[in-house]
Design a protein. Sequence first.
Length: 128
Amino acid sequence: MAHILLLEPDALIAGSIKSYFANAEHSVTVHSDPQSAVSSADAKRPNLVITELQLAARSGVEFLYEFRSYPDWQDIPVIIYTDLLRQQVELYNESLTELNVKACLHKNTSGLAVLLNSAQQLFVHAKV
């Protein structure tokens, strides 16, 4: 069982992801703002971070720069799960590579099964 930190501003999407991952026996801590997500990771180290790029307080990329600034969190895999169009995400490609993002999935083309499969592949590599 893995622990996932989910940063998702849409409560319905967050609830769906949490429920779907719970059915696969993973725990999910949901946050809608970056600061509470950082505090949560500090309290309980996640095995995976899933984040939207469009956040109210700051962008998902800004969150990831802060998240990666902590030495203990350098190796935690990150999946972007976003509503942004591919062309919009391409503007962040250099940053996402620098931040060691493992996958970038688009909500309109990648359902929860694809998200879970991507996460489980990362868990296999990390031996979670």
